[in-house]
Design a binder for this molecule. Structure first.
Ligand code: SF4
Length: 696
């Protein structure tokens, strides 16, 4: 394909946190041809199966084309007024904490910014949380404990230069395929060694030198052992750790740890530790297997401790690198779209920070305490504390733990608004008001990927029917609620400039997230913006922590003493199995987009359960038959895949499917609503369950 095609528009893939650049060209009235952008630093032209099939998912079948009130098409004016009136009345009757927004890592940074500003600055509550809570909240909490801020130290280039890449709780080959190709390219080019730490033998193990099939939830024990081995092997960086707070306590905790919880042999653990000690250039990539745990934050800090102790952080080819699930989980973190964050990495609990943001927004109020995190937010919907709820681009009736209870809670909520591109999600079907949203390829804005690179998403066609961008929905409601000046935006460029200017305040407080160098972009410059990694003010040259300075007051890096603890859900005679959930290669979330592609749906067409052959034989389960998987909170009917990729006593099932007829894969209905005590992230990979042949 030609490198330059004047008909092509640069944009970004809307799926995972790799954030691949794409080139889009209209074909006919509604078709879009998609190819990888050879100049984008995340992918250099590569795309995975999902990105390659984007053109098959942009048809208008199933699109929500008009606003609807109680199922009846309605005009924008009356619908927006209704939403504004109901939220204003609820706040007047019950206070600002009686309303909530549940937003999404699918939203663009500009949309996220307006949502956060409306809720925290003008409604005056911190009850805005995001489905990114289910994805990487433990990483945010772990980063903040170690560094004082939610700073990702690593970059994708580090993968190109590493001698050892450790993939923890990450099926990178399926969930971040283009990054996995980059890892394999490093192996081919420079012999990079690859270690996979995962209870399952996944596709990622195919290219690995070593697989550590540890028990579910035992990562802290493994990385404590690694830290002890680092000490014994003389690999502590004395200069780097001279000023580290918590070093002695973290090392003492590691030395006291046992590897028994991992279930791994001493020999295998020693091989892993020896590889770590032998190679200075180590990158540890971690993802949902680390985060989605009741000990997720401790797992993150167990990993960070090893990099801090060795000073292997912030230098080329080394450091921890969390990979986010969604295209703009990072942008949501930057704007403060979590219930316990403010904006631009400023601190909700810091009075000076709150005052600065309030003054910048000229806001009437500002909450001084965190709002409800996702699981607690839907509990508050259930018990009636939340009386007006706005869900944007998410399907919590399927994806939250104990999803059946969440579905019932939304159904019983006094007033629910859903913004989406389709009315056909489980959550949209429960809404009183549906707002038609512009989809990928129809809306403009920016996203930030897993290595802090900000890229533009661009529209190549007009939104169909009455669909409008999310920032417009919220700005129009904000104006109707009584704040016309604060929400008088002309478009995403103006919102982006405001966000960038606000980040200058964070920079002024000495924090990491500072893109104020972009605050003066003209509309034309914003339109032409090429990918850029923050910090844009470039005071630190785009790298963090190489010198051992953190963003904690006093500048000291922190190591956190951590101790292994078992997953929260405990086995009982009725529920003897451990249930691990995750993604498959060719589907995304609850399949509202990827499910439209026949090619993608052909990969794995039904919800399934991976079951170990010993368990299958004992329970009389034959290959490809239906099994019932049940937990204390729900059940699913799945197709049995008999495989020793899972360990005896464990089940793996994907999280994408919904529906009530067999096979039915509402797998998060089975997941207990147990959360990490620091991050509030649910434990989506360690529920308990029973398995039996399904009798229709
Ligand atoms: Fe899209 Fe992720 Fe695939 Fe890249 S790796 S094409 S961002 S789904």
């Amino acid at each position: 394909a030609p490198r330059e095609d004047p008909g092509e528009v640069r944009s970004t893939c809307p799926y995972c946190g790799v954030g691949c650049g794409v080139l889009l060209r209209m074909t006919g009235e509604n078709g879009i041809a998609v190819r990888g952008d050879p100049d984008h630093p995340a992918n250099f032209g590569r795309l995975c199966s999902k990105g390659s099939a984007l053109g098959e998912t942009v048809g208008l079948d199933g699109r929500l084309l008009t606003a609807r009130v109680n199922g009846t098409p309605a005009g924008w004016g009356e619908t927006l007024q209704l939403v504004a009136d109901r939220f204003r009345q609820t706040i007047s009757d019950h206070g600002p904490d009686s309303v909530a927004f549940y937003v999404s890592g699918q939203m663009l940074t500009e949309d996220y910014y307006v949502a956060n500003k409306l809720m925290k600055g003008f409604i005056g509550s911190a009850n805005i949380d995001t489905n990114s809570r289910l994805c990487m909240a433990s990483t945010v909490a772990g980063h903040k404990r170690a560094f004082g801020t939610d700073t990702v130290p690593g970059t994708y280039e580090d993968l190109d230069e590493a001698d050892l890449i450790v993939l923890v709780g990450s099926n990178l080959a399926w969930c971040h395929p283009v990054l996995h190709q980059r890892v394999l390219a490093a192996k081919a080019a420079r012999g990079t060694r690859i270690v996979v730490v995962d209870p399952r033998r996944t596709a990622t193990c195919d290219g690995a030198d070593l697989h550590l099939p540890l028990r579910i939830g035992s990562d802290v024990a493994l990385f404590n052992r690694l830290l002890a081995a680092i000490c014994e092997g003389g690999a502590i960086d004395r200069e780097y750790t001279r000023n580290v707070e918590g070093f002695e306590a973290a090392v003492a905790s590691a030395r006291a740890a046992q590897i028994a919880p991992t279930g791994l042999s001493e020999r295998l653990v020693q091989r892993f530790c020896a590889l770590w000690l032998r190679h200075e250039k180590v990158v540890t990539v971690f993802s949902q297997g680390v985060n989605q745990s009741s000990a997720g934050t401790d797992k993150v800090n167990a990993i960070l401790n090893c990099h801090i102790a060795t000073g292997r952080i912030g230098r080329p080819g080394m450091g921890p690198l969390s990979v986010t699930g969604q295209p703009n989980a990072m942008g949501g973190r930057e704007v403060g779209g979590l219930a316990n964050t403010l904006a631009c990495h400023l601190d909700l609990g810091n009075a000076e920070h709150r005052a600065a943001v309030r003054a910048f927004w000229d806001a009437p109020q500002m909450p001084d305490r965190p709002g409800l995190k996702a699981v607690d937010l839907f509990r508050a919907v259930s018990d009636g504390r939340i009386k007006a709820l706005w869900v944007m681009h998410s399907n919590p009736a399927v994806t939250l733990p104990e999803a059946d209870a969440v579905r019932d809670a939304i159904a019983a909520c006094d007033f629910t608004v859903v913004s989406d591109i389709t009315a056909e999600t489980d959550t949209a079907r429960l809404a009183h008001v549906l707002l038609p949203a512009a989809a990928w390829s129809e809306k403009s804005g920016s996203v930030t990927n897993s290595d802090r690179t900000i890229s533009r998403q661009r529209a190549v066609r007009a939104a169909p029917g009455e669909a409008r961008p999310d920032w417009w929905h919220m700005a129009e409601v904000g104006r109707r609620m009584g704040w016309p000046r604060a929400f008088d935006y002309s478009g995403p460029a103006e919102i982006f400039r405001e966000h960038a200017a606000l980040s200058g305040i964070a920079g002024g407080f000495g924090l990491d997230f500072d893109v104020s160098g972009l605050a003066e972009l003209s509309n034309a410059e914003y339109e032409a913006m090429t990918p850029v990694r923050w910090p844009v003010a470039a005071r630190r040259g785009g790298r963090f922590f190489a010198e051992g300075q953190s963003f904690h007051p006093g500048g000291r890096m922190h190591m956190i003493p951590v101790t292994w603890r078992a997953p929260a859900a405990r086995h009982a005679p009725r529920f003897p199995f451990r249930l691990n959930t995750g993604r498959i290669r060719d589907q995304w979330h609850t399949m509202t987009r990827s499910g439209l592609s026949p090619r993608l749906s052909a990969h794995l067409a039904e919800p399934f359960a991976e079951i170990h052959p010993e368990d299958a034989a004992r329970l009389g389960i034959a290959r490809d038959t239906l099994v019932e998987v049940a937990s204390p909170s729900g059940r699913a009917i799945l197709r049995a895949q008999i495989t020793d990729a899972v360990q005896p006593g464990t089940i793996f099932a994907p999280m994408h499917w919904t529906g009530e007829t067999a096979p039915s894969g509402r797998i998060d209905a089975l997941v207990a609503a147990a959360t990490d005590p620091v991050s509030g992230q649910p434990e989506s990979k360690a529920a308990v369950c029973a398995v039996a042949p399904f009798a229709a």
